[in-house]
Design a protein around this ligand. Structure first.
Ligand SMILES: [Zn+2]
Length: 269
C-alpha cells in the first residue's frame, strides 16, 4: 500500500472524523484568503454537514450536503489541526481559519504565507476542476526526471530564481529551496545551462526527498508533529554554524532577488 503523506494523508484523516459533522460557524482571520465575504461564507455553510473530504491537485475539498464546498489551497507550508471538546486554544499555531462544528469539535488552519480558503458551489467547483494549468506537484508521478529535464532545457537563468518563478512545478517555495539545493550540492546562483546531467538528476532526487520529508510531518490529529526550524538541514541555521555534511560554516548569501543559506564547500559555483 502506498504511504499517504501531506495533503492525501490529511484528507484521509479528515474523512475519518468529519463525515456527518455539522458546521456551526467559520471564522477567518485572514480575509484575503476568501473568495466571498466572511458573512456570506458563514451563511452558506451554517447547518450544513460534511459528506466527503477529497483532494484535487493542491486543493483540499470539503464537500457539504447543501452542495457547497470548502476549498483550501494546500501547498507546502500550511498545517491543519483537529480539536475536540472546544479545546481550540490548545492549538498553539496561528488560526488563520477556524471551522467549528456543533459538537464542539473543529479544525484550524495556519498559513505560512498567502493561501486560499474558498467557498464554491457545484458549478463553480467544476471550473476549478478543469484548471489544466495547475502546477505539477513535485510528488506527482508525472514529475519524472525526463519532465524536469525538459522544463530546464535551454534555460539560461540561475537555478534558484528559475525554480521559484516558473509555474510548471508547484510548491518549491523559498523555505524548502535552501535544503533542496544543498542536498543536490548545487549553488543557488548556478546557471541552468552549466548544470551537468548528473547534477540535474541529483536535484530531481533532492526535490523528491526533501518534500517527502517535510510532508511526513503533516498530521491532522497531532500538532506536535508539525515541523519546526530544527527540521531543516541548513536553512535557518545561524550564520557560521557548520554544514551538517562537511563542517564548513554556512553562509547566508544574496542570490538574485532573494537570499539563500549556502555551504561554499558542498555547493560550488
Ligand atoms: Zn558542506
Amino acid at each position: 500500500m502506498i504511504e499517504l503523506i501531506g495533503i492525501d494523508k490529511i484528507a484521509e484523516q479528515m474523512q475519518e472524523v468529519l463525515i456527518g459533522k455539522t458546521i456551526e460557524r467559520v471564522k477567518v482571520n485572514q480575509k484575503k484568503a476568501l473568495n466571498v465575504a466572511e458573512e456570506v461564507y458563514g451563511q452558506r455553510t451554517k447547518g450544513a454537514s460534511v459528506t466527503e473530504v477529497r483532494t484535487h491537485g493542491k486543493w483540499l475539498i470539503i464537500a457539504l450536503d447543501n452542495s457547497e464546498h470548502l476549498l483550501l489551497s494546500f501547498t507546502l507550508g500550511n498545517d491543519i489541526f483537529y480539536f475536540e471538546n472546544g479545546a481550540i486554544k490548545k492549538i498553539k499555531y496561528p488560526h488563520n481559519v477556524e471551522v467549528h462544528f456543533d459538537d464542539d469539535s473543529g479544525f484550524t488552519a495556519r498559513f505560512w504565507w498567502f493561501e486560499k480558503f474558498y467557498l464554491l458551489n457545484f458549478t463553480e467547483l467544476s471550473e476549478i476542476s478543469e484548471d489544466k494549468h495547475a502546477a505539477l506537484d513535485p510528488l506527482d508521478e508525472a514529475f519524472t526526471l525526463d519532465y524536469f529535464t525538459t522544463v530546464l532545457s535551454g534555460k539560461k537563468s540561475q537555478i534558484k530564481s528559475f525554480l521559484m518563478s516558473q509555474k510548471k512545478i508547484g510548491g518549491l517555495s523559498g523555505m524548502y529551496m535552501h535544503d533542496i539545493l544543498w542536498g543536490a550540492g548545487i549553488h543557488p546562483a548556478k546557471k541552468i545551462s552549466e548544470i551537468s546531467v548528473n547534477d540535474i538528476k541529483k536535484l530531481h532526487t533532492s526535490i523528491h526527498e526533501k518534500i517527502t520529508f517535510f510532508r511526513r510531518h503533516m498530521d491532522f490529529f497531532d500538532e506536535s508533529k508539525a515541523f519546526v526550524g530544527d527540521d531543516f538541514f541548513i536553512a535557518y541555521l545561524d550564520n557560521e554554524e557548520p554544514c551538517p555534511n562537511c563542517g564548513t560554516p554556512i553562509q547566508y548569501l544574496k542570490t538574485g532577488s532573494s537570499s539563500t543559506y549556502v555551504c561554499s564547500t558542498c555547493q560550488q559555483l
